[in-house]
Structures are given as C-alpha cells and as structure tokens.
Ligand binder design. Structure first.
Ligand code: MRU
Length: 416
C-alpha cells in the first residue's frame, strides 16, 4: 500500500483525517482540491507533501489542453505557486515543486505541449520513486542507533503515510523490527492533531510492532527516568547549521534526551535539508487555527467558548541537542555546518556505520531493557545503573550561560 498514487493524472491519497477509523481514498483532480487536502492535513508529512506538490504541478500541465508549450508551462507555474503557499515549513514541498518546474523551464522552448506535460509527470513520479529508495537507505543507515530490545520513542507520524516508501524515523524502526532487534515503541500522541495516537499507532499496529502511546507531557519524564534508549524523529526542514524544524513537541524530547544522555536522532531525506536557511530562527513556523487546540479534531469543545489558543505546528530543536542526522547518504554528525555541506556535495558526511557501544551513552543503550508494560515503577530507575551510565550533565554555570544565549549563538554547536 502506498499513501499516494498517480492514476492517469489524478492523485489518489489516503485521507489521513479519517484514520484510524477507516481507510478512505480521495481522488484529487485539480489544484484547488490538492491545496485543500494539504491544508486540511488529509495528506501530510514533509516528504509526501513534496510528492503531492510535484504531482499537482504535473497534473495542472497535463490538464491544460493547449497546444502551446508556454501555456502548459504557465499553468504548471500557477499550480506551483498555489500549492507552495499551502504549508510553509516543510521544505520538501517547495523543493519538489521547484524541481518539476526547473525541468519544465529547460524544456519549454524545445518540447511540444504534450511532451512537456509528460516530462513533468515523469519528474514527479521520479521524486516518489527516489523517496522510496531514500527511505530504504535511511532505515539501513539508522540501524546502528538501535539496540536489541531497546525502547524507542518517536513523535508525530513518520511512516509510509508521509513518504514515498516505508518512512523516515518509522521506516528505521520498522527495519529494526524486521531484522529481529525487537524494539518496543513509545509513540507520543502529538497534540493537537494526534498524528502519533491516530497514525503512528495505526501503522505500528498493522506492522505488529509492540507499542504504547503516551500523552506528550509524559514523554520527557519517561526519558528522564531511564525508560527510553533512543529518541528518533523526522524533520520538516533542517537548517544549514543542523537546527531541526519538526512537529511541535519535538524540542522537549530533545532537551530531555540531552539531560538523560539518550541519543536524539533525526531521520530525514536530503530533500529536507535546506542549506539556504542558515539556522532554525530563519525557518517559518506554520501557525494553525486556534480551534485545533480548543477542540478535539473539530468535535468536542475543550476550552470555554471564546478562549483563544496559540497553535504553532512546529518547533525548532537546536543543533546542539541533535546526536545525528541520518539521510539516504549516511549519518551526519556534529559539527553539522560542515557535515551537511559535505552531504550536499554528494560526499558521505560520515560512514553509514554500525555504531559501536564505546561511549557511555552507547553502553547505556546496549543494556537490555525490560519490556515496556511489565516494568514495576519502583524499579525503573536503578540508582547504580543510572549513576554508572550518566554522563556529566551541564553544570549550573553552563546552564545559566546557555539560557542567556540567543538562537544565533547556537552556531557554536556544543555537542556531546
Ligand atoms: O504537520 P505534519 O503532520 O505534516 O508534521 C509532520 C512532521 O512533523 C513529521 O515529523 C515530519 O514531516 C517528518 S515526516 C517523515
């Protein structure tokens, strides 16, 4: 099953707002319908937004019914502008639209209208195929961070629903499961639209991977009390310095992971890396409707009538909290400023290695974890083990210093 299919110029998606109650397919036949589906989060997640955006551009070109290649290309450009404006944070959307339009720009003077439209469709489909391949490669590169029977925490939804393949972070978890590493997954519910509780739990259930969901507020505490061996998430945009924009609620997980010396790993295709954005503070964070917070999925009203809400859809995790960024090209390590640029040059930023449990953090990961539900609360944090595995935390003085720093100063990238 793929979350998006190209069907004679129509785009068929799984309507993610209907999950997990039912798998309902939607056929999108014009730009307005595609834009609505993206805004309403019927289709969501950075890589698949790119795929749908690219297909949308191609669809507009194919449906132009003009003998003029210039008219076909103009329609593609208009569709690209409309679709690009739907959601601002996921860089994949604009990247994929630009890629298809760039192809058109190179051909418009020489190709006929029909051939031009077909070439745009081919380019959109190539993006989907490449994303599938990227998922496979990312999953392999990420395996070194998994330990046998580790407890893995993930946020939002990063599986097949939002990629052209098996997923980013969830694709890596899936491969770990399929190769016998027996991961147990904690999925954060991901307020307000519950991508974790609805979509990740649904995907994990279909795959037979043991999992539990937790409210977002519980997650940092679980990391702190030694219940988690790896935090692994996706990204909507990674800035040149390694700052990561991802679903709101990611940053607290990264903070807690740093404090507890748990690896915090970002899995994202190269198309999510935006070297033209120097750092996270320059990333536009989408603000969504307050009603998503004051009610549950447009139904039950939670807050008193008239209450407003802030609803940033993403947050920025500073690079210094990120252990590694895994793309299809390998594992990038701090300093990301350098390793991500090397990646962009097509070089491997670091070998796609099997991590060796040489560091204290890795040793901690390697320690077998008792099963999720069976852990008696009182025994969850054996003080000796905690002490033996804990890296020296930031001193109070350093913490104060860090708190005073402005986002720009994060470029110093102090990492473990
Ligand atoms: O608002 P959403 O649901 O589109 O946000 C999605 C995320 O934040 C994902 O973590 C991210 O896109 C990675 S998808 C493989």
């Amino acid at each position: 099953m793929r979350s998006v299919e190209w069907s004679d110029g129509d785009i068929v998606i799984i309507d993610q707002t209907r999950l997990p109650e039912r798998v309902e397919y939607l056929r999108l036949i014009n730009t307005d319908q595609i834009a609505e589906a993206i805004r309403a989060m019927r289709v969501r997640g950075a890589p698949v937004l790119g795929i749908v955006g690219a297909m949308g551009v191609a669809q507009a070109a194919l449906r132009t019914r003009s003998a003029s290649a210039r008219a076909v290309f103009a329609a593609a450009v208009d569709a690209g502008s409309a679709l690009r404006a739907t959601r601002p944070t996921a860089v994949n959307l604009g990247w994929a639209i630009d890629r298809v339009l760039d192809k058109g720009r190179r051909l418009v003077a020489t190709a006929g209208a029909t051939r031009l439209a077909q070439m745009l469709a081919d380019e959109a489909l190539a993006i989907q195929v490449e994303d599938d391949e990227a998922c496979t490669a990312m999953a392999k590169h990420a395996q070194g961070f998994f330990r046998h029977r580790g407890v893995v925490m993930t946020h939002c939804n990063t599986g097949f629903l939002c990629t052209g393949g098996s997923g980013t972070a969830l694709g890596a978890i899936r491969l770990a499961y399929e190769t016998g590493l027996e991961p147990a997954v904690i999925a954060t519910e991901t307020r307000p639209l519950l991508q974790g509780a609805r979509l990740t739990a649904w995907e994990l259930g279909r795959l037979g991977i043991p999992h539990a969901i937790v409210v977002d507020g519980a997650a940092p505490g679980l990391i702190a009390r030694d219940d988690v061996s790896l935090v692994i998430v996706g990204a909507d945009r990674v800035a040149a310095n390694g700052d990561v924009a991802n679903k709101v609620g990611t940053y607290p997980l990264a903070l807690a992971a740093r404090e507890a010396n748990v690896p915090f790993v970002v899995v994202a295709p190269r198309s999510s890396i935006d070297l033209s954005t120097p750092e996270g503070s320059a990333i536009e964070v989408e603000e969504r409707a307050p009603e998503e917070v004051t009610s549950i999925l447009g139904g039950l009203q939670l807050a008193p009538p008239g209450t407003t809400a802030l609803n940033p859809a993403f947050d920025i995790t500073p690079a210094e909290l990120v252990t590694a960024i895994v793309t299809e090209l390998g594992v990038s390590r701090p300093p990301f400023e350098r390793s991500l640029r090397a990646l962009a040059r097509g070089a491997r930023a670091a070998a796609p290695v099997k991590e060796k449990p040489a560091t204290k953090t890795a040793k901690k990961q390697a320690a077998p974890k008792p099963k999720l539900a069976k852990k008696p609360a009182a025994k969850r944090q054996p003080a000796v083990k905690k002490a033996a595995t804990k890296k020296p935390a930031l001193t109070k003085a350093k913490k104060k210093q860090a708190a005073k720093k402005k986002p720009a100063s994060r470029r110093a990238n102090k990492r473990r």
